[in-house]
Design a binder for this molecule. Structure first.
Ligand SMILES: *Cc1c(COP(=O)(O)O)cnc(C)c1O
Length: 402
């Protein structure tokens, strides 16, 4: 049987057929005189997704990690003090990068399952009256633990201390799925990638940059060696609708379609859909009697759930069983969570039917590996929630038929 594998990892996510087909086209000349008519509106539409007040968006032929590097090397100098927090594999990797790039990291090491420690940030920033800290980093959605953090709260901490540091946000698994208000929250560099909320293959590092960060790039502060990820080269060519090196034209064609789809649904509707689907997943986890890795509801992520397995059960066995028996890929437990959690990615092109499908597979898998749960308990709880909260538009075809 050749059913497409069911992909429920938190990126790459499922690509809508319309997006996939829009990338199936002959190679094009990226210096042709018509090319800017295609590229320039994409930069403008991306600004709306990030809800920017000023600044610009860069599209690198890289993964999200490249956009991390670009943000750092273009606005900071070796030896600069920066404030960061670590509470999962992705925030851990960003700290590792910052240290390897030569930044002096003031680190808040937090329990995995929690997020950005607002009070500690506020305290550290208030005490830094000499403004030695040049940038504050926050992982909006820690994909390893299924934890979302309050970025508006980080802005408040900065403002309360009247601190001029730049604000860097990792939005790789949030932008396009969870609300990102760069303008209102005063975010200076927001990092994203193509393969999560943007519903594309991996291969684009998308970096949104405020005017303040662009200014920092021009001052002495922005003096770190850089080449491939340099803002300057990008700006020179992007302003004319081109790129300093060969752009990933096919992926950008796909991005055009993703942005169209996102515009049609509307950002606020997209966020509401993610919230609703995530709530259904959490209802199932509750009904199974299992616990999320996220320590409290304030940390709940609407794009990914990391679910703890009971003592004596190996989460890697859950992953293997789901894969081999039910053709379903779940997210693995990363780093110290390996064997302890499995993750369900619920972001991007997704509806109740698909969430129901993965919960069905997870339920059978859990029973197979020896977790004492009642088949139908989790799927039933999710179905109960979805049917209770069904919207008119979701039921539109049936209404029409009747
Ligand atoms: C996926 C992810 C990354 C890494 O992005 P790549 O595209 O794999 O380089 C970074 N941060 C978060 C929060 C992520 O989810």
């Amino acid at each position: 049987m050749t059913v497409t594998p069911h992909l429920f990892i938190p990126g790459p996510t499922t690509i809508p057929d319309r997006v996939r087909m829009s990338m199936n086209l002959p190679m094009e000349d990226m210096r042709n005189p018509e090319f800017p008519k295609f590229t320039l509106p994409i930069f403008e539409d991306l600004k709306k997704v990030f809800k920017m007040k000023d600044g610009r968006v860069f599209i690198f032929p890289s993964s999200g990690t490249g956009a991390w590097e670009s943000a750092i090397t273009n606005t900071l100098a070796v030896g600069d003090k920066v404030l960061m927090s670590r509470f999962g594999q992705f925030s851990l990797l960003w700290v590792d990068m910052a240290e390897r790039m030569g930044l002096n990291v003031v680190l808040c090491d937090e329990e995995w399952g929690t997020g950005v420690p607002l009070e500690k940030y506020a305290d550290i920033l208030a005490k830094d009256t000499a403004h030695e800290i040049k940038a504050v980093f926050a992982t909006h959605n820690e994909t390893a633990t299924g934890v979302s953090s309050d970025i508006a709260g980080v802005r408040k901490a900065l403002d309360a201390a009247k601190h001029p540091a730049l604000l860097f946000v990792d939005g790789v698994s949030s932008v396009g799925s969870l609300d990102m208000q760069m303008g209102n929250w005063g975010v200076d560099c927001c990092v994203s990638g193509s393969q999560k909320g943007f519903m594309l293959p991996t291969g684009l590092g998308i970096l949104a940059v405020s005017q303040k960060a662009l200014d920092a790039n021009k001052t002495l502060n922005g003096r770190m060696n850089r080449c491939f990820f340099s803002f300057e080269d990008m700006i020179k060519t992007n302003d004319l609708g081109y790129f300093p090196y060969t752009p990933a034209t096919q992926l950008i064609r796909g991005l055009r379609t993703s942005l169209d789809i996102m515009k049609e649904e509307g950002l606020e509707n997209i966020f509401a859909r993610h919230k609703r689907l995530a709530t259904g997943v959490r209802a199932a986890v509750d009904a199974w009697g299992l616990k999320l890795c996220a320590k409290a509801p304030v940390w709940h992520s609407d794009t990914v759930s990391a679910i703890e397995v009971p003592d004596g059960i190996d989460a890697n066995n859950v992953l293997k069983t789901a894969f081999y028996r039910y053709n379903t890929s779940l997210g693995t437990g990363l780093n110290k969570l390996n064997g302890k959690v499995f993750r369900i990615g619920h972001l991007g092109a997704l509806d109740e039917f698909m969430v129901g499908g993965v919960l069905f597979a997870v339920e059978m898998t859990l029973k197979d590996v020896g977790v004492p749960i009642k088949l139908g308990s989790g799927t039933g709880a999710a179905a109960e929630y979805f049917s209770k909260t069904a919207t008119k538009s979701a039921a539109a075809p049936a209404t029409k038929a009747a």
